[in-house]
Design a protein around this ligand. Sequence first.
Ligand code: NAP
Length: 483
Amino acid sequence: MVSRVIPVDPFDLIIFGATGDLARRKILPGLFHRFTVGQMPEEARIVGTARSEMDNDAFRGVIRDSLLEFAPRAAEQTGLLERFLEKLSYVCVDVKGDQGWGDLAGFMRPDAVRAFYLSVSPSLFGEIAARLNENGIATPDSRIVVEKPFGHDLASARALNASLRQSFDEHQIYRIDHYLGKETVQNLMALRFANSLWEPLWNSTHIDHVQITVAESLGVEGRGEYYDRSGAMRDMVQNHLMQLLCLTAMEPPSRFQPNAVRDEKVKVIEALEPVAPSDIVRGQYRDRNGEGSYRDHAGDPNSQTECFVAMKVNVGNWRWAGTPFYLRTGKKLRARTSEIVVVFRDPPHMIFPKMEKHRGNALIIRLQPDEGITLRTTIKEPGPGGMRLAEVSLDMTFADALGSHAEAQDAYERLIMDVIRGDQTLFMRGDEVESAWAWIDPIIKGWEESETAPVSYDAGGSGPDDALMLLHRGGRRWREIEV
Ligand code: NAP
């Protein structure tokens, strides 16, 4: 399938924290890919800023090395690396000081789209937003891009939003959750709202339950102390898993327009019922083969922070009453995988002999690895010998179906181009973030008050036994985390 590349308007993009991990690993490789496919116009310009003293050439050297490491195919095969690097310049700015702001102001062109990517600690967001305004760098049409974490709880999220809104309107603020930039996540919307097939089935009459799994095979080695201050609930559930839940459960918006889509997502979060303590499992991985336990990696032998959560969530509205959503995320599990599994109810009356290990119809939406969609169906087992049933998968891996185009796109490159286009559909609105915290806060407070400890689980497995029991209690079982 040939994809159309529509160039965006000329832009001036300032990246704060341009020498940091995120900028070098994701943002600049993403921009480079868009350049190589012709989506970035010749007039586009990118300025990197950070506190380190360096000139343009030194900065280009840093980014050249990053692109060779994180976008090697494009860097080596397209012959466009040096032309892309010419678009980059560097201004030394300590966000808390006065140096550099005048240079940035002088750099901006009146007719180009202005975007500011804040790839720095959230504690600097308010300061940067204010300085951009005071120095006349921001205009009413400029866009400001911020990265998670969007707060630590409801109060801090409100404070963060308020500090940004002092200088920027909500229509200018782009809060990135890179899960929303994944091809499959958008395909979930296409699947639901561009096909008439699913909508009649997309409710509690036909869907038994939904499983949302974001499993990681790595532990928290190297960043354990930082992670230990947040945990899986804040780091994963509040943002990525909630977004996947919203897109699966939301009503069809009246238009595919940013606020229409986000209004429907907020309604889902507001319909979430409080979760009973017995419907949540928290876990920490144990040591295996001397690799260290979660507590070893966190540097705290008494840590109570969870690096695994499984929970049963009820969406209290007409569409979903009686259909639970099971969420699961954790570190050091069998494999790195993210998927949404929509499990349909069994036929009301079975006329065939019951299959062993019958799992029934399920729609599996894979986000990683191998983005794609699978429909598990029941057929007759081929051959003579009576009517025996078997399960087969109708499988569509996007890379196979759509060719290299589907493979090459990273979530970040799509989202950055959306910023330049001024399309906020795939970004979180302030009230969405605050609603999510309003639902999560009491759960975390309950843990703190009850002082119950997380249960431990084997590294490299599927999580604690209690998480398996969470589904078994309802006569269900998790889809195996596939290696
Ligand atoms: P990082 O590697 O620590 O980089 C921070 C960057 O900010 C560096 O370029 C640093 O350069 C600059 N900086 C720090 N203090 C500054 C100041 N006072 N004034 C100007 N520049 C300053 O951090 P990161 O991992 O890239 O993360 C950046 C943001 O993205 C964070 O909010 C993080 O939570 C979020 N995030 C990161 C990832 C990821 O995969 N890395 C994923 C999701 C979200 P100097 O020291 O030279 O100033």
